[in-house]
Ligand binder design. Structure first.
Ligand code: ADP
Ligand code: MG
Length: 323
């Protein structure tokens, strides 16, 4: 199949723009995704992730810029592009009165598999997605999580070279999420390329070879998870102050001594700041003692992607709750 590709890049996007009314939802996005990798597009709700994916998947026409999928232009050669991609969500309109097994067999047959092959493939996928129990139930009795898994299973029958997964695990319970991660890794081991959007920093950290951090329609940082983490300093300081009234003074002291932006967590009262050099912690302790500020906890560790996001954008990624 490789010889059909014009390029080693599964995705090359240059200056993609999409405008809704006065809203520049996607405001000049560049992306380069190497074939055979998992690429994470990380950003909060409304950042422009879905709009970007839709343009790359030929479902939405860009207002500016251009994009190629394996070398094929999404606007000029959409038919070729569509043969090379899978987008979860597009199989949502399966027959509700048929069972999960029947649905998957029909998809397999539509994609040209023989009857025995279709049956084998469908059974295999249902097993992998933990849907064996539900295989004989009509779709209308499926929960949201089961539908999501069936949807992904259906999109995998064709094993397209490039798969777009738009927030594949949002709202899933941790067990199902882990199962999904395993499946995504397996897909890439079988030779597919995956572009995955997510609001979960941990998900990007776990899965993605490279990550683009997107905020308000723009890519604000790009690199491997490690590169992103070291870009804000080699270590991260966390400290907790005994007296809540001293927190603001402590924050200012941290900023002065470390010469970096420090953040105070609203719920825990913990102060975090990037540190270029862990040795500076000595200076900080002296400064805090001189200011008569009592410490409850102090630790120095590798920065998390959460801190990276905060440092880059000045605001956090929304937590677990959003769909
Ligand atoms: N069809 C549309 N019409 C108008 N505005 C839209 C449309 N789709 C998305 N938007 C807006 O574009 C911005 C980006 O949305 P979206 O790409 O869905 O972000 P994300 O997927 O990162 O949550 C948001 O402000 C959203 O309200
Ligand atoms: Mg979205």
């Amino acid at each position: 199949m490789m010889q059909r590709f014009n390029s080693d890049w599964a995705i090359e996007a240059n200056g993609l723009v999409k405008i809704f009314g006065h809203n520049r939802a996607v405001d000049g996005v560049d992306l380069r995704v190497r074939a055979g990798t998992i690429y994470g597009v990380l950003g909060p709700n409304g950042a422009g992730k879905t709009t970007t994916v839709k343009m790359l998947a030929t479902l939405l026409r860009p207002d500016g810029g251009s994009a190629r999928i394996f070398g094929y232009d999404v606007v000029k050669e959409p038919q070729i592009v569509r043969q090379l991609i899978g987008v979860t969500g597009q199989y949502a309109s399966v027959d509700e009165s048929l069972t999960a097994l029947e649905n998957l067999i029909i998809f397999s047959r539509l994609l040209g598999l023989s009857r025995t092959e279709a049956k084998r493939k469908a059974t295999e996928l249902l097993e992998e997605f933990g849907l064996v129990e539900a295989a004989k139930r009509p779709l209308k009795h499926f929960s949201g999580g089961m539908r999501r898994r069936l949807d992904l299973a259906a999109s995998l029958i064709a094993q397209p070279p490039l798969i777009f997964l738009d927030e594949p695990t949002t709202g899933l319970d941790p067990r199902t999420r882990n199962q999904m991660w395993e499946t995504i890794r397996r897909l890439v081991n079988m030779g597919s390329t995956v572009l995955l959007t997510t609001q979960y920093l941990q998900e990007a950290d776990e899965l993605a070879d490279r990550i683009a951090v997107i905020d308000r329609g723009r890519v604000v940082a790009e690199g491997t998870a490690d590169e992103l983490k070291t870009s804000i300093g080699n270590s991260s300081l966390q400290l907790k102050i005994d007296n809540p009234q001293h927190v603001e003074m402590a924050r200012q002291t941290v900023e002065r001594v470390l010469n970096a932006r420090a953040n105070v967590s609203a719920d825990t009262g913990k102060i975090t700041a990037p540190m270029a050099d862990a040795d500076r912690v000595t200076d900080l302790l002296i400064a805090l003692r001189e200011a008569n500020i009592q410490l409850a906890e102090l630790s120095v560790q590798k920065p998390t992607l959460d801190e990276v996001f905060l440092a880059i954008t000045g605001h956090g990624v929304k937590g677990e709750e959003s769909a």
